[in-house]
Design a protein around this ligand. Structure first.
Ligand code: 5GP
Length: 177
């Protein structure tokens, strides 16, 4: 296991680039099948999901739209618990097939609080694709439709995810040691 330092903390390799890429491709293939003949709108939640969204999107063979929104702030290594209202959602979701793209679902609070805002716009369907799911930590009721990896309740960085601003550029996902 390779160990790296981000700020003051040590992180060990957890998911390799190859493993992540294979899984992201599989999710895209499932979406291609499930949405054949449809034209879904992907709403990727910034900042953490930018890499997942980009890799997922390049494996899509169906027609699809993509937009990015900003939602919650996550300070340091504990969820701030605050959910900031969405910035940048200009799309009208009425009658659209919407897929939320999230980097990681931890307690589930962020999405649980945010989803009613989307439902209010009456999309035709609404699904969630999350690369990582800390299922042990999820206390808010949420249905995740596409999950990359179910991971233990430990802090992770890399592949878009940061620790206090750093580590997003890593191609692999690292776990706190
Ligand atoms: P939730 O609302 O589900 O508790 O938290 C969701 C958000 O918390 C994620 O979008 C992410 O920004 C942040 N988060 C949760 N766990 C981790 C983690 O292990 N590493 C990083 N970098 N962010 C996390």
């Amino acid at each position: 296991m390779a160990v790296i330092k981000v700020h003051d903390k040590s992180f060990g390799t957890y998911l390799s680039e190859v493993v992540i890429q294979k899984r992201v491709k599989e999710i895209a293939e499932n979406i291609n099948k499930d949405y054949a003949g449809k034209k879904p709108l992907f709403i990727a939640i910034l900042n953490g999901s930018f890499m997942f969204a980009a890799d997922l999107f390049r494996h899509l063979t169906i027609e699809a739209e993509l937009c990015f929104i900003k939602l919650a702030s996550y300070k340091g290594m504990k969820s701030s618990g605050k959910v900031i209202t969405s910035i940048g959602l200009e799309e009208d979701l009425f009658d659209k097939d919407v897929i939320i793209v999230e980097d990681i679902v931890d307690t589930g609070k962020t999405l649980h609080k945010f989803l009613p805002k989307l439902v209010h716009q009456q999309p035709k369907s609404l699904k969630i694709a999350a690369l990582l799911h800390k299922s042990e930590a999820t206390t808010y009721p949420l249905t995740l439709d596409y999950i990359g990896f179910d991971i233990p309740n430990k802090f992770v960085v890399g592949y878009g995810l940061d620790y206090d601003g750093l580590g997003r550029n890593l191609k692999e996902i690292y776990q706190l040691v």
